[in-house]
Design a protein around this ligand. Sequence first.
Ligand code: ES4
Ligand code: ZN
Length: 334
Amino acid sequence: SVSEAFLKELPKCEHHLHLEGTLEPDLLFPLAARNNVTLPANFPKSVAELNATYNSFANLQDFLNYYYIGTNVLITEQDFHDLAWAYFTKVSSQGLVHAEVFYDPQSHTERGISLETVTKGFTRACKRAERELGITSRLIMCLLRHTEPSACLELVKAAAPLIKDGTIQGLGLDSAEKPFPPELFTECYNEAKSLNPDLQLTAHAGEEGPAQYVSNALDLLHVTRIDHGINSVQDPELLQRLARERILLTVCPLSNVKLQVVKAVKELPLQQLLDNDVPFSLNSDDPAYFGGYILDNYLQVARDFPHWDYSTWAKIASNAVQGSWIDDKRKQDI
Ligand code: ES4
Ligand code: ZN
């Protein structure tokens, strides 16, 4: 087993982090008050009550119901900046050097908050993180798969200027996985990629959904990365393909336990991925909801896979760097 100090110092990259999922309960209530946002009558009334609620999600949908209520307290550009900045300052002390972060524009535009307001706030925090903390980042816009594909296509079209000018550097697909398979969004992905060939593509697949969703995301959306992807182990041929094509799986250990995808981190097929040479990174998903940021995820995996030595951890960290959407110079520097 390796030391906590080693894991803390290990240069880490985050590839699966929903910025809206960094909204801590102790920021949610003050923001609701400041912005005059009325929370639902049956919503927990205190930070303690909310934390207790967050400790017992039944599944992905149960979590998402709270997550979307939480997003409603974010209103101004400053709110979005402050949220992301709080995240960057927190993980700066956990050895994080690079973050590729998701956001869900539709959860804001449907409330009358403009795409520009949200994107400007988050982008300002990303630039500040590079300047003041040395953390590089990429901004990934996600489509909400529980909404109509036509609504997602509208978002892509509205985001065209931001995709063309590189403000948005990646496209993702999130929210309730089943019964919304990747192929519903083929046109959205094609359209987005046609706006800027440098746009990077990823999609949530194989968290609650089957290995077939992973294959379809690769074949039909042409993604080069898979978020979660752990159900890929149901299909040995898919595992070989992931290894051959160097498709990174962005695994989220604490999330998988909190959403009852697995009973414990030690049940995750991480050894199987290593044995098959499938690259994966360890990530926090929605840290304010799942009880841990990037280092907490590394530490829990180390506790549940105590036989992994320094070279195994160096391999995991190196795969995370290699799978990042950064140029070779930045990879070297990390
Ligand atoms: C998410 Cl864990 C997870 N899965 C799918 N969509 C999401 N949005 C925020 N967290
Ligand atoms: Zn996610």
